[in-house]
Write a protein that binds this ligand. Sequence first.
Ligand code: LLP
Length: 437
Amino acid sequence: HGTSRINDKGHLEIGGCDVVDLAKEFGTPLYIVDEELVRRRAREYVQAFRETGLRFQVAYASKAFCVMAMCRVAEEEGMSLDVVSDGELYTALQAGFPAERIHFHGNNKTPEEIEMALAAGIGCFVVDNFTELALLNAIAAEHGKKVNVLLRVTPGVEAHTHDYISTGQQDSKFGFDIGNGTAYKAVEQALAQPQLKLLGVHSHIGSQIFEVEGFRMAVEKVAAFSIEVREKLGATFPVINLGGGFGIRYVEGDAPLPVSTYVKAITDAIITQFTAADYPLPEIWVEPGRSIVGDAGTTLYTVGTSKDIPGVRKYVAVDGGMTDNPRPALYGSKYEAVLANRANESLSELVSVAGKCCESGDMLIWDLKLPPVESGDLLAVFCTGAYNYAMASNYNRIRRPAVVFARDGQADLVVARESYENIVGNDLIPERLRKPA
Ligand code: LLP
């Protein structure tokens, strides 16, 4: 998919770059991002919305993969940016991302984070709870500023996805519940706060969603709620944000819908619901993360040791694992992979791919068909663009890999591999523990 192909040497090529060369140049493990594919995905959203004729913003959910080069690509592709922490905000600002196109999310923004975002002049705060509503108003008042807010609501829709990543149901740590009247109270309070300009509501029902039904239901709930607010409080919302969660294909059997299908389901539902109530059509915002970067990422590993348990299984270990991709250990996520240096050979061996962490759960792929594997081979694991580098850790003091953007035969380093100095960079030895000279 994307610009990936097998070249005449039998090597995997991404963005016109032979990955065997990339391994030599940058070392492994290595995250390789197919920049053209990221841009294509972004354009699919923008294009699909343009065709509806409605006003919209496609905000890239930077949590999926937040580095400065990615912020630049998002900006160039006309996207807005959703951040959820001071670190993501800082990254975006350092990359020169236009502050007015940044939306700040999160269920526990600290006063410092709010100050930072306010000083930068970001476009909108997505307010999650009453504590934050009061805090934001107070801080904005101190600075004599008026800020745009969306209220995050829980529409009471359960998306069919992993428990940890579904968020739209009532019993969730996020947002104001529509069903029990909390969201209505939040709107009343927001309207009463002089420093807040209420733009509308936000709903995010989960992640890695393969159907449109959940989005349709969320629109219905949000529309009914907006209409109720207009009737009772006389306020109309100029913006409705439907969050992210659009699924991607990791392995055979995953059946995401085309981007245009999700967009059309959302916009059609908005048009139907709001027009029926004679409600001015709001601007529609969405926040895709995974579906912008997920399938554009590939992680390249070097195969090291192997362990054959006759009649049971063969383990093959690579030079990374749960530190660069915690998703299999965390969610039981599945991945596909190929031997990148012998991608055209027949798949005659069944192996299970282990990471190098001291933990039995550090397995990347169970039962993968490969050509006969040898130490020194390169394994390319696909669809690692989202929530991999973003969730990477230094467990076992393993250094985080480098990230390159590959495009038109050129590979550019966008994140350097961590150094040993980075590993101990924040460590301090108190005087009393120092070794005598
Ligand atoms: N908007 C909000 C408010 C969100 O909470 C999220 C994801 C997104 C947008 C983007 O969702 P996406 O389009 O990427 O599905 N670490 C998990 C995923 C957690 C998603 C959290 N929120 C994973 O690796 O699957």
